[in-house]
Write a protein that binds this ligand. Sequence first.
Ligand code: 3AM
Length: 197
Amino acid sequence: MARSDGEAAERLRLFVAAEVPHGHRDEVAARIEELKQRFSGARWTTPDNQHVTLKFLGSTPRELVPEIHDACRSVARDHEPATLALSDVGSFPSARRSRVLWLGLDDPKGLLAGLASDLDRALAPLGFATEERGFTPHLTLCRFKVPVKLPDGPPPLDVADLAPFEVSELVLFRSYLSPKGARYEALERFGLGSDGT
Ligand code: 3AM
């Protein structure tokens, strides 16, 4: 549909992610209660808002969405589902100056790193900047306004007993920012592997 002069194109804040089963995220939430008390100044994510970000697209014109779907579908088809597990707590950018605490994923076949680098490559022709930073698959647990020093390193969290789980799709999310925090909406899912739909 033609737009009148001066009318701004609608933009959506987008990112592509993989999901961890809800039950696992709820179990993690139950196990970080002690950490929440220790780091009471942090802003904690809720299980509903946790995902493994693979590619951040940011503010995107709506008319690019069909091409983003095509790119995601093609990358998803090139990767078979794999079994992953939750691992250890880490911090960004470092334990000396932590701004984020996260829970890592054990991904022996490198599925998530492969998806992240293929998304980077497939989305670059649409004008999305390629990622310069190394990729560390993680669920963000909390963010600190003022960086925190962790002299003993990131705190331990025992999740070794939680069952491994399968990652079998990519999810295109829309992010809505507000003073109350972010809300994420799954716009589209892309099954991994040649059997994916
Ligand atoms: O939920 P996590 O932390 O994995 O940190 C933001 C969040 O990831 C990340 O994108 C996800 C959805 O908002 N994000 C926000 N701005 C970003 C940026 N400029 C960014 N990632 C990379 N570059």
